[in-house]
Design a protein around this ligand. Structure first.
Ligand code: NAD
Ligand code: WQD
Length: 339
Protein backbone atom coordinates (compact mmCIF):
# COMPACT_ATOMS: atom_id res chain seq x y z
CA UNK A 1 0.00 0.00 0.00
CA UNK A 2 1.39 3.45 -0.99
CA UNK A 3 1.46 6.14 1.67
CA UNK A 4 2.33 9.77 1.02
CA UNK A 5 4.62 11.09 3.74
CA UNK A 6 4.98 14.84 3.57
CA UNK A 7 8.00 16.23 5.38
CA UNK A 8 9.39 12.70 5.26
CA UNK A 9 13.02 13.84 5.35
CA UNK A 10 12.44 15.87 8.52
CA UNK A 11 13.09 14.81 12.09
CA UNK A 12 9.97 12.84 13.00
CA UNK A 13 9.07 12.09 9.38
CA UNK A 14 12.34 10.27 8.59
CA UNK A 15 12.01 7.98 11.61
CA UNK A 16 8.42 7.23 10.64
CA UNK A 17 9.41 6.46 7.05
CA UNK A 18 11.80 3.80 8.37
CA UNK A 19 9.04 2.27 10.48
CA UNK A 20 6.59 2.33 7.55
CA UNK A 21 9.09 0.57 5.29
CA UNK A 22 9.74 -2.00 8.05
CA UNK A 23 5.99 -2.59 8.02
CA UNK A 24 5.94 -3.16 4.24
CA UNK A 25 4.32 0.11 3.20
CA UNK A 26 5.48 1.77 0.01
CA UNK A 27 6.51 5.30 0.91
CA UNK A 28 6.30 8.38 -1.29
CA UNK A 29 7.98 11.40 0.24
CA UNK A 30 7.28 15.02 -0.64
CA UNK A 31 9.65 17.40 1.11
CA UNK A 32 10.93 20.75 -0.13
CA UNK A 33 14.10 20.48 2.02
CA UNK A 34 13.25 23.80 3.69
CA UNK A 35 14.25 22.23 7.02
CA UNK A 36 15.97 18.99 6.07
CA UNK A 37 18.78 17.62 3.93
CA UNK A 38 18.97 15.22 1.04
CA UNK A 39 21.52 12.88 2.71
CA UNK A 40 18.70 11.70 5.00
CA UNK A 41 17.24 9.87 2.00
CA UNK A 42 20.50 7.90 1.59
CA UNK A 43 20.49 7.15 5.30
CA UNK A 44 16.91 5.86 5.20
CA UNK A 45 18.04 3.56 2.39
CA UNK A 46 21.06 2.47 4.40
CA UNK A 47 18.87 1.54 7.38
CA UNK A 48 16.03 -0.15 5.50
CA UNK A 49 17.64 -1.36 2.27
CA UNK A 50 14.89 0.48 0.38
CA UNK A 51 14.97 3.90 -1.21
CA UNK A 52 11.63 5.68 -0.92
CA UNK A 53 10.28 7.58 -3.89
CA UNK A 54 11.15 11.24 -3.30
CA UNK A 55 9.75 14.48 -4.73
CA UNK A 56 11.50 17.69 -3.72
CA UNK A 57 8.89 20.44 -3.92
CA UNK A 58 6.79 22.79 -1.84
CA UNK A 59 3.31 21.40 -1.12
CA UNK A 60 1.73 24.79 -1.62
CA UNK A 61 2.47 24.17 -5.32
CA UNK A 62 -0.81 22.50 -6.04
CA UNK A 63 -0.12 21.49 -9.65
CA UNK A 64 3.00 19.52 -8.65
CA UNK A 65 1.09 17.75 -5.91
CA UNK A 66 -1.63 16.78 -8.39
CA UNK A 67 1.03 15.15 -10.57
CA UNK A 68 2.18 12.99 -7.65
CA UNK A 69 -1.37 11.80 -7.05
CA UNK A 70 -1.72 11.07 -10.76
CA UNK A 71 1.49 9.05 -10.82
CA UNK A 72 0.79 6.86 -7.77
CA UNK A 73 -2.07 4.96 -6.25
CA UNK A 74 -1.86 6.77 -2.91
CA UNK A 75 -4.07 5.26 -0.20
CA UNK A 76 -3.14 7.36 2.81
CA UNK A 77 -1.06 10.27 4.03
CA UNK A 78 0.97 11.20 7.08
CA UNK A 79 1.35 14.95 6.97
CA UNK A 80 4.47 16.08 8.82
CA UNK A 81 5.31 19.01 6.55
CA UNK A 82 5.05 22.30 8.43
CA UNK A 83 7.11 25.18 9.72
CA UNK A 84 7.53 24.67 13.46
CA UNK A 85 9.53 27.46 15.08
CA UNK A 86 7.28 29.06 17.69
CA UNK A 87 9.18 32.38 17.95
CA UNK A 88 9.58 32.78 14.19
CA UNK A 89 5.85 32.19 13.73
CA UNK A 90 5.14 35.37 15.69
CA UNK A 91 7.38 37.40 13.37
CA UNK A 92 6.12 35.77 10.16
CA UNK A 93 2.57 34.63 10.89
CA UNK A 94 1.46 34.78 7.26
CA UNK A 95 4.30 32.50 6.15
CA UNK A 96 3.21 30.01 8.81
CA UNK A 97 -0.47 30.12 7.92
CA UNK A 98 0.33 29.83 4.22
CA UNK A 99 2.82 27.01 4.53
CA UNK A 100 1.10 24.92 7.17
CA UNK A 101 -2.51 25.37 6.09
CA UNK A 102 -2.36 25.76 2.29
CA UNK A 103 -0.26 22.61 2.03
CA UNK A 104 -2.73 20.76 4.25
CA UNK A 105 -5.73 21.91 2.20
CA UNK A 106 -4.02 21.03 -1.08
CA UNK A 107 -3.55 17.43 0.06
CA UNK A 108 -7.10 17.21 1.38
CA UNK A 109 -8.49 18.46 -1.94
CA UNK A 110 -6.67 15.60 -3.71
CA UNK A 111 -8.09 13.16 -1.15
CA UNK A 112 -11.58 14.51 -1.73
CA UNK A 113 -11.33 14.47 -5.53
CA UNK A 114 -9.90 10.97 -5.69
CA UNK A 115 -11.95 9.48 -2.91
CA UNK A 116 -8.96 8.62 -0.73
CA UNK A 117 -9.23 8.19 3.04
CA UNK A 118 -6.68 7.56 5.89
CA UNK A 119 -5.09 10.85 6.88
CA UNK A 120 -2.76 11.40 9.83
CA UNK A 121 -1.98 14.90 11.09
CA UNK A 122 1.00 15.98 13.22
CA UNK A 123 -0.61 17.96 15.99
CA UNK A 124 0.97 19.10 19.21
CA UNK A 125 0.43 19.37 22.94
CA UNK A 126 0.63 23.10 22.29
CA UNK A 127 -3.12 22.95 21.51
CA UNK A 128 -3.78 22.53 25.26
CA UNK A 129 -1.79 25.60 26.37
CA UNK A 130 -1.25 25.57 30.14
CA UNK A 131 -3.82 22.98 31.12
CA UNK A 132 -5.47 23.34 34.51
CA UNK A 133 -4.87 19.73 35.50
CA UNK A 134 -2.15 17.15 35.02
CA UNK A 135 -1.83 14.74 33.35
CA UNK A 136 -3.41 16.00 30.13
CA UNK A 137 -5.83 13.59 28.51
CA UNK A 138 -7.63 14.06 25.20
CA UNK A 139 -10.73 15.51 26.87
CA UNK A 140 -8.73 18.35 28.42
CA UNK A 141 -10.17 21.60 27.06
CA UNK A 142 -8.08 23.34 24.39
CA UNK A 143 -6.99 26.92 25.04
CA UNK A 144 -6.36 29.49 22.37
CA UNK A 145 -2.76 28.97 21.33
CA UNK A 146 -0.39 31.83 22.07
CA UNK A 147 1.73 31.47 18.95
CA UNK A 148 0.75 31.58 15.30
CA UNK A 149 2.45 28.19 14.98
CA UNK A 150 0.16 26.79 17.67
CA UNK A 151 -2.82 28.32 15.92
CA UNK A 152 -1.92 26.53 12.69
CA UNK A 153 -2.16 23.27 14.66
CA UNK A 154 -5.54 24.18 16.15
CA UNK A 155 -6.83 25.31 12.75
CA UNK A 156 -5.41 22.20 11.13
CA UNK A 157 -7.32 20.06 13.61
CA UNK A 158 -10.53 22.01 12.92
CA UNK A 159 -10.11 21.67 9.16
CA UNK A 160 -9.63 17.93 9.54
CA UNK A 161 -12.66 17.54 11.80
CA UNK A 162 -14.82 19.19 9.14
CA UNK A 163 -13.11 17.22 6.37
CA UNK A 164 -13.72 13.90 8.09
CA UNK A 165 -17.36 14.69 8.78
CA UNK A 166 -18.34 16.26 5.46
CA UNK A 167 -16.61 13.75 3.18
CA UNK A 168 -16.77 10.61 5.39
CA UNK A 169 -13.02 10.20 5.85
CA UNK A 170 -10.81 8.41 8.34
CA UNK A 171 -8.58 10.89 10.15
CA UNK A 172 -6.19 10.67 13.09
CA UNK A 173 -4.95 13.73 14.98
CA UNK A 174 -1.76 12.91 16.87
CA UNK A 175 -0.81 15.35 19.60
CA UNK A 176 2.89 14.95 20.28
CA UNK A 177 4.42 16.09 23.54
CA UNK A 178 8.18 16.85 23.36
CA UNK A 179 9.94 14.55 20.87
CA UNK A 180 13.63 13.85 21.56
CA UNK A 181 16.39 11.44 20.57
CA UNK A 182 17.69 9.95 17.36
CA UNK A 183 17.70 6.66 15.47
CA UNK A 184 19.77 3.93 17.21
CA UNK A 185 21.88 3.67 14.02
CA UNK A 186 22.82 7.35 14.53
CA UNK A 187 21.90 7.91 10.87
CA UNK A 188 18.77 9.98 11.56
CA UNK A 189 18.11 12.73 14.07
CA UNK A 190 17.16 16.32 14.56
CA UNK A 191 18.94 18.95 12.43
CA UNK A 192 18.46 22.23 14.26
CA UNK A 193 19.12 25.18 11.97
CA UNK A 194 21.07 27.97 13.68
CA UNK A 195 20.82 28.33 17.43
CA UNK A 196 18.44 25.68 18.76
CA UNK A 197 15.32 26.82 20.60
CA UNK A 198 14.43 23.43 21.99
CA UNK A 199 15.98 22.11 25.15
CA UNK A 200 17.56 18.81 24.09
CA UNK A 201 19.32 20.12 20.95
CA UNK A 202 20.67 23.02 23.02
CA UNK A 203 21.87 20.70 25.79
CA UNK A 204 23.53 18.49 23.17
CA UNK A 205 25.32 21.36 21.47
CA UNK A 206 26.48 22.66 24.85
CA UNK A 207 27.93 19.26 25.75
CA UNK A 208 29.67 19.25 22.35
CA UNK A 209 31.20 22.66 23.03
CA UNK A 210 29.28 24.39 20.22
CA UNK A 211 27.44 26.50 22.84
CA UNK A 212 29.18 27.78 25.92
CA UNK A 213 26.38 27.28 28.43
CA UNK A 214 22.79 26.23 28.53
CA UNK A 215 20.44 29.01 29.58
CA UNK A 216 17.90 27.48 31.94
CA UNK A 217 14.82 29.61 31.42
CA UNK A 218 13.58 30.14 34.97
CA UNK A 219 14.03 28.34 38.29
CA UNK A 220 11.13 30.02 40.05
CA UNK A 221 8.33 27.82 38.73
CA UNK A 222 6.09 26.09 41.26
CA UNK A 223 7.82 22.73 40.72
CA UNK A 224 10.13 20.73 42.96
CA UNK A 225 13.41 22.15 41.62
CA UNK A 226 11.83 25.35 40.28
CA UNK A 227 12.36 24.51 36.58
CA UNK A 228 9.58 23.79 34.11
CA UNK A 229 8.30 20.28 33.43
CA UNK A 230 7.65 18.57 30.08
CA UNK A 231 6.96 15.09 28.76
CA UNK A 232 9.93 14.02 26.59
CA UNK A 233 8.98 11.25 24.20
CA UNK A 234 11.54 9.22 22.23
CA UNK A 235 11.21 9.88 18.50
CA UNK A 236 11.30 6.23 17.43
CA UNK A 237 8.54 5.37 19.89
CA UNK A 238 6.62 8.26 18.37
CA UNK A 239 7.28 6.93 14.85
CA UNK A 240 5.85 3.54 15.87
CA UNK A 241 2.67 5.22 17.08
CA UNK A 242 2.11 6.56 13.56
CA UNK A 243 2.22 3.09 12.08
CA UNK A 244 -0.22 1.85 14.72
CA UNK A 245 -2.57 4.81 14.10
CA UNK A 246 -2.39 4.27 10.33
CA UNK A 247 -3.14 0.56 10.61
CA UNK A 248 -6.12 1.33 12.82
CA UNK A 249 -7.53 3.70 10.20
CA UNK A 250 -6.90 1.28 7.34
CA UNK A 251 -8.48 -1.64 9.19
CA UNK A 252 -11.46 0.32 10.43
CA UNK A 253 -14.85 -0.87 9.29
CA UNK A 254 -16.26 2.64 9.69
CA UNK A 255 -16.22 5.03 6.76
CA UNK A 256 -15.90 8.08 9.00
CA UNK A 257 -13.33 8.06 11.80
CA UNK A 258 -11.92 10.91 13.84
CA UNK A 259 -9.25 9.63 16.20
CA UNK A 260 -7.39 11.88 18.62
CA UNK A 261 -4.41 10.63 20.63
CA UNK A 262 -1.91 12.15 23.00
CA UNK A 263 1.54 10.76 22.35
CA UNK A 264 3.74 11.11 25.38
CA UNK A 265 5.35 9.01 28.08
CA UNK A 266 3.00 10.01 30.87
CA UNK A 267 5.97 11.21 32.91
CA UNK A 268 7.09 14.78 33.43
CA UNK A 269 10.78 15.78 33.69
CA UNK A 270 12.13 19.15 34.76
CA UNK A 271 14.77 21.06 32.80
CA UNK A 272 17.40 20.25 35.43
CA UNK A 273 16.40 16.59 35.43
CA UNK A 274 16.99 16.50 31.67
CA UNK A 275 20.41 18.11 32.12
CA UNK A 276 21.36 15.58 34.81
CA UNK A 277 20.04 12.64 32.77
CA UNK A 278 22.07 13.80 29.76
CA UNK A 279 25.24 14.07 31.85
CA UNK A 280 24.69 10.66 33.38
CA UNK A 281 23.74 8.89 30.15
CA UNK A 282 26.71 10.21 28.21
CA UNK A 283 29.33 10.89 30.84
CA UNK A 284 29.72 14.51 29.75
CA UNK A 285 29.29 17.88 31.42
CA UNK A 286 26.57 20.37 30.51
CA UNK A 287 27.47 23.79 31.94
CA UNK A 288 24.39 25.90 32.60
CA UNK A 289 23.25 29.18 34.10
CA UNK A 290 19.87 30.14 35.49
CA UNK A 291 18.17 32.91 33.50
CA UNK A 292 14.78 34.63 33.69
CA UNK A 293 11.72 32.76 32.37
CA UNK A 294 11.24 32.60 28.59
CA UNK A 295 8.18 34.51 27.41
CA UNK A 296 5.22 32.32 26.54
CA UNK A 297 6.52 29.25 28.40
CA UNK A 298 4.13 27.20 30.48
CA UNK A 299 4.98 25.61 33.83
CA UNK A 300 4.06 22.02 33.28
CA UNK A 301 2.74 19.65 30.63
CA UNK A 302 2.70 15.88 30.60
CA UNK A 303 0.40 13.43 28.95
CA UNK A 304 -2.03 10.82 29.96
CA UNK A 305 -1.42 8.50 26.99
CA UNK A 306 -3.72 5.69 28.16
CA UNK A 307 -6.07 6.14 25.20
CA UNK A 308 -3.28 5.40 22.71
CA UNK A 309 -2.30 2.35 24.71
CA UNK A 310 -5.85 1.06 24.89
CA UNK A 311 -6.86 1.73 21.29
CA UNK A 312 -3.58 1.48 19.40
CA UNK A 313 -1.74 -1.00 21.59
CA UNK A 314 1.07 1.53 21.68
CA UNK A 315 3.06 2.94 24.54
CA UNK A 316 6.34 4.71 25.01
CA UNK A 317 9.08 2.21 25.81
CA UNK A 318 12.32 4.13 25.90
CA UNK A 319 13.67 5.85 28.99
CA UNK A 320 14.84 9.45 29.05
CA UNK A 321 18.47 8.30 29.51
CA UNK A 322 18.29 5.86 26.59
CA UNK A 323 16.81 8.54 24.36
CA UNK A 324 19.47 11.05 25.38
CA UNK A 325 22.19 8.52 24.61
CA UNK A 326 20.97 8.29 21.01
CA UNK A 327 21.00 12.09 20.76
CA UNK A 328 24.66 12.15 21.73
CA UNK A 329 25.55 9.42 19.19
CA UNK A 330 23.78 11.46 16.51
CA UNK A 331 25.73 14.56 17.52
CA UNK A 332 28.99 12.59 17.11
CA UNK A 333 27.86 11.37 13.70
CA UNK A 334 27.10 14.94 12.60
CA UNK A 335 30.52 16.06 13.75
CA UNK A 336 32.26 13.29 11.81
CA UNK A 337 30.18 14.11 8.75
CA UNK A 338 31.27 17.73 8.68
CA UNK A 339 34.94 16.93 9.33
P1 NAD B 1 11.00 19.10 10.69
O1 NAD B 1 11.15 20.54 10.35
O2 NAD B 1 12.24 18.32 10.99
O3 NAD B 1 10.23 18.35 9.50
C1 NAD B 1 9.29 18.98 8.69
C2 NAD B 1 9.68 18.70 7.25
O4 NAD B 1 8.71 19.27 6.38
C3 NAD B 1 11.02 19.29 6.86
O5 NAD B 1 11.82 18.29 6.26
C4 NAD B 1 10.68 20.40 5.86
O6 NAD B 1 11.69 20.53 4.86
C5 NAD B 1 9.36 19.92 5.29
N1 NAD B 1 8.44 20.97 4.85
C6 NAD B 1 8.01 22.05 5.54
N2 NAD B 1 7.14 22.76 4.79
C7 NAD B 1 7.01 22.12 3.60
C8 NAD B 1 6.27 22.36 2.42
N3 NAD B 1 5.47 23.42 2.27
N4 NAD B 1 6.38 21.48 1.39
C9 NAD B 1 7.18 20.39 1.50
N5 NAD B 1 7.92 20.12 2.59
C10 NAD B 1 7.83 20.97 3.64
O7 NAD B 1 9.96 19.00 11.89
P2 NAD B 1 9.60 17.78 12.83
O8 NAD B 1 10.13 18.08 14.18
O9 NAD B 1 9.91 16.50 12.19
O10 NAD B 1 8.03 17.98 12.92
C11 NAD B 1 7.14 17.27 12.08
C12 NAD B 1 5.72 17.71 12.36
O11 NAD B 1 5.43 17.47 13.73
C13 NAD B 1 5.45 19.19 12.13
O12 NAD B 1 4.16 19.32 11.61
C14 NAD B 1 5.52 19.78 13.52
O13 NAD B 1 4.75 20.94 13.63
C15 NAD B 1 4.94 18.67 14.35
N6 NAD B 1 5.37 18.68 15.74
C16 NAD B 1 6.70 18.71 16.04
C17 NAD B 1 7.11 18.75 17.36
C18 NAD B 1 8.57 18.86 17.71
O14 NAD B 1 8.87 19.30 18.82
N7 NAD B 1 9.50 18.46 16.84
C19 NAD B 1 6.15 18.71 18.38
C20 NAD B 1 4.80 18.64 18.04
C21 NAD B 1 4.42 18.63 16.70
C1 WQD C 1 11.35 22.72 27.04
C2 WQD C 1 11.70 23.34 28.37
C3 WQD C 1 12.06 25.72 28.30
C4 WQD C 1 15.62 25.69 25.82
C5 WQD C 1 8.08 23.58 22.06
C6 WQD C 1 6.90 24.13 21.30
C7 WQD C 1 5.79 23.12 21.28
C8 WQD C 1 6.27 21.79 20.74
C9 WQD C 1 7.52 21.33 21.42
C10 WQD C 1 5.82 21.71 18.39
C11 WQD C 1 11.00 24.69 28.63
C12 WQD C 1 13.34 25.01 28.68
C13 WQD C 1 14.53 25.29 26.56
C14 WQD C 1 16.73 26.28 26.48
C15 WQD C 1 15.59 25.99 28.58
N1 WQD C 1 6.61 21.85 19.35
N2 WQD C 1 14.50 25.44 27.92
N3 WQD C 1 16.67 26.40 27.84
O1 WQD C 1 8.68 24.96 24.90
O2 WQD C 1 7.89 22.70 25.71
O3 WQD C 1 7.67 23.28 23.38
O4 WQD C 1 8.50 22.37 21.42
O5 WQD C 1 4.65 21.57 18.36
O6 WQD C 1 4.80 23.64 20.49
O7 WQD C 1 6.46 25.30 21.97
O8 WQD C 1 9.92 22.84 24.28
O9 WQD C 1 12.28 22.21 24.11
O10 WQD C 1 11.63 24.62 23.71
O11 WQD C 1 11.51 23.71 26.02
O12 WQD C 1 15.59 26.14 29.80
O13 WQD C 1 17.71 26.68 25.87
O14 WQD C 1 13.11 23.65 28.39
O15 WQD C 1 11.94 26.91 29.01
O16 WQD C 1 10.70 24.73 29.98
P1 WQD C 1 8.51 23.54 24.67
P2 WQD C 1 11.39 23.36 24.44
Amino acid sequence: MSILVTGGLGYIGSHTVVELINNNFEVIIVDDLSNSEKFILNNIEEITGKRPIFYPFDLTRKELLTQVFEAHNIEGCINFAAFKAVGESMEKPLDYYENNLFSLINILQEFRKRNISNFIFSSSCTVYGQADQMPIDESTPLKEAESSYGKTKQMGEDILKDFSKAYQKRVSLLRYFNPIGAHPSALLGELPSGIPNNLVPYVTQTAAGIREKLNVWGDDYPTEDGTAIRDYIYVLDLAKAHVAALKKLINSEEETVLDIYNLGTGKGSSVLEVVKAFELANDVKVPYQICPRREGDITIAYANADKAEKELGWKSETTLEEALRTTWEWQKYLKERTN
